[in-house]
Design a protein. Sequence first.
Length: 716
Amino acid sequence: MKAIRRLLIANRGEIACRVIRSAQQLGIHCIAVYSEADRHSAHVALADEAVFIGPPAARLSYLNQAVLLKAAANSSADAIHPGYGFLSENAGFAQAVIDAGMCFVGPSPGAIAAMGSKAKAKALMAAAGVALVPGYYGERQDADFLKEQAALVGYPVLIKATAGGGGKGMRRVDEATDFAAALASCQREALSSFGDAQVLIERYIVEPRHIEVQIFGDQHGKIVSLLERDCSLQRRHQKVIEEAPAPGWSPQKRQAMSMAAIAAARSVQYVGAGTVEFIVDPAGDFFFMEMNTRLQVEHPVTEMILGEDLVAWQLKVAMGEPLPAHWDHIEAKGHAIEARLYAENPRRGFLPSIGQVQSLCFPEAAQFDLSAPIRIDAGIREGDVISGDYDPMIAKIIVHGKDRQHALASMRQALAASSVLGPSNNRAFLQQLIAHPDVQAGRLSTALIEREIDHLAPPISDQERLESLLTIAAAWALNQPSSQSWDAFDRFDGWRHHGLQASDPARHQLRLRAMDDVASSHEEKIDIQWLPDLTVSVLGRSWRLRDGDLKTTPPLANRSQTYPSQTLKASALELAASFEACEPRALQASQETWPHGESTIRLRARLIGLDQQQITLDFANNSNAWQILLDDNPTESKQQSEGALLAPMPGKIVALHASQGDHVQAGQVLLVMEAMKMEHSLVAPCAGELVTLACGLGDQVPDGAHLASIAKPEPQ
C-alpha cells in the first residue's frame, strides 16, 4: 500500500469540492488548481492550498496537461484525482501522471484507452457476448461512407463522438437529407470538447430507457456491481434527473445487467469506480452503450442508497486497500433522486445562461452527509459568476426516502425551497418534470422531455404574467421617494416630459418585455402615480399602495365571491438607496383573497439595475426575467426587435447557413454558435429578407451582440 498524503484535484466546481471533502476526511492535504475565471471560486476556498494554472479557456488551463503536471510537481503532490470531464478519461494524461511518479486516482491507462473509444469498447463487448445496438463502429470516417452506413443501419440514427460523453458530440438524425449537416456539427463539437472528431453511428431506439450500473474494482482482482441507476430523463442527450434503484426494474433484470457490467469491467481488468451504460428498448431488452472510466455526475444517488462514500473508496483503492467483503451482497436501502440545477433557459431550448448569481438559497441540507435526507453538492456560491467557459451547472439536489414516492415528495419540497436569482435557471422546469404523471408513475424514457416540452416549459401564463408585473410594480413603487418630496426634474431614470402639464399628478411609466417571450416583442406597461395616493396600474387594473399594501377593489357590479377583492401585501428587504443604484433588491409578498382567507405564495423579486436593463423574478413554482425598455420610440423599437437576431450568450460563430440578401423563413437556422462546449443553432425570428449579417465565421461575439436583421415583407 502506498499512502496518499498530498492530493491535487485536476478539476473545478462541484466535483472538485466533492473530492476535497472526502479526501480531507481521510486526512489528505488537498491542492486545488484554478484558472483566472475561478480565482475566487468555492473549490479554491475549500482546498488546503491552490495553484494558478492559466487563462479561463479550458484548453489553456484545465485541459493543459503540461501545466497541471507542473503544478502537481511544484506542490509535491503524491496523487492526482481527475474528477469527471476534462482529462478524467484521457489515457495519455493518466500515463503521464504515472510516469511522473504520482498515483492516478482512476483505472489504468490501458483500461481508459480500451473503453475511451466507444467504437473499440463495443468491439470488446461484442467479443464478450454482450448485446449491442445495431450500428457502424469502424475507423473509416469520410462523410459519404458514413452516410451510406446510416442508410444501412436505418433511420432514425444517432451520430455519437467515439471519445465523447455528457451529451456532447451527439446528434439524432431522422432523414438522410439532414445527415451531412448533423455529422459536421457533431464532429466540430467532438473536436472542440475531446480533441477527437471520430464518430460512430447506431440505430436510434425510440422511447428507450437509459440505465447504468455502478461498478467498482480493486487492485486485487475483485470487481463488484453497486446496483443500477436510471438516467432516462434527459434533454439535449444530457441527464437532468437520475434515481437509484431504477423504478420497476426486476431482480432478474438487475442480476443480468450487473453480470454484463462486471463482464465489461473484467475484460479490461478494471480498477476503481466506473459506470457501464445500457440502452433499454420498450420490450425491456438491454444493449451495451458505453463504459465511463471515471466517477459519474450522478454517483450521489448510489451513495445515498448504499451509505457508502464512493470518492473515499476511490482513494482507498488507489492506495491498495481491498474492497469491503459486504459489497459482494449489497442491497439498496430506500430510494434516492438527484436533480441537476443548471444555469439555462428551458423556454429557449435550454440555452445556457451566464452572469452573477445574485441570490442562492437551498433547503437546510448537508453539503455531504450519507445519512441526511437532503444533500446539496454545489461548486457555486451566492455572488459567484457563471461564465461561458465551463459547464453551467449550479448545484445537484439529492434526496433520499424510504421508498420512491417518499423521495419524489422530498424532491418537490426541496425544489420549492430552492431559489436562484441572476442567470436563468431550470428550477421551475425540474418542478414540472418531477410532477409529470409519467415520472410519478415511473414510466421513464429518454424521449419524455422532448415529447412533453410544451407542458414542462410552457410560455408565461396569464397568472404568472400578472404576478410578475405586480411584484415588479410593488418593488418599484416601494423604493420611490414619497409624494411630498418627489420632483421629476431630480430623477435620472429615463423620465421624460411626454406632454405632462403642471396640474398633472406625478407619474412614471415602466415599460417591460418578457425575455422568455421569444416569438413576440409584446410589451407591458406599469403606470405609477404618486398623487393623491401612490397607485400602480397593471394589465388595466389599478392597485393603491397604503401602509405597505397594494389594494384593488373590483367594480360594484362584479363584487361577488367569484371575483373577490385582492390585496397584495408587500414588504421590502435589503433596501438599496434607490432602484437606480444597481444594487440587488429583494421583495417578499403574499396574496390575500377575500372571502377565503389568506393564501400565501412566495413572490421574491431580485431587481438588477437599470444599466443591465433587466429584472429577474423567482416564485415558488416558476421564474422569469423582464427587459426594461428605455427608448423613446416604442413603435420603431418594436419593428426593429421583431427582425433582430441577438446573441443569447457569449460564443464563437462556427457555421453560417444563410447569406445577406437571402429570403428566409421563421424558424430557419441562420447560424450556429458554440458556447460552453455545446453548439446552439440560432434561428430566424420571422420571415423576410436577411438585410444584415453582422458576424462572420470564427467571430467571437459578446452576449447580446447584434448578429442579423431581417426585413419583414410589406403587406400586399
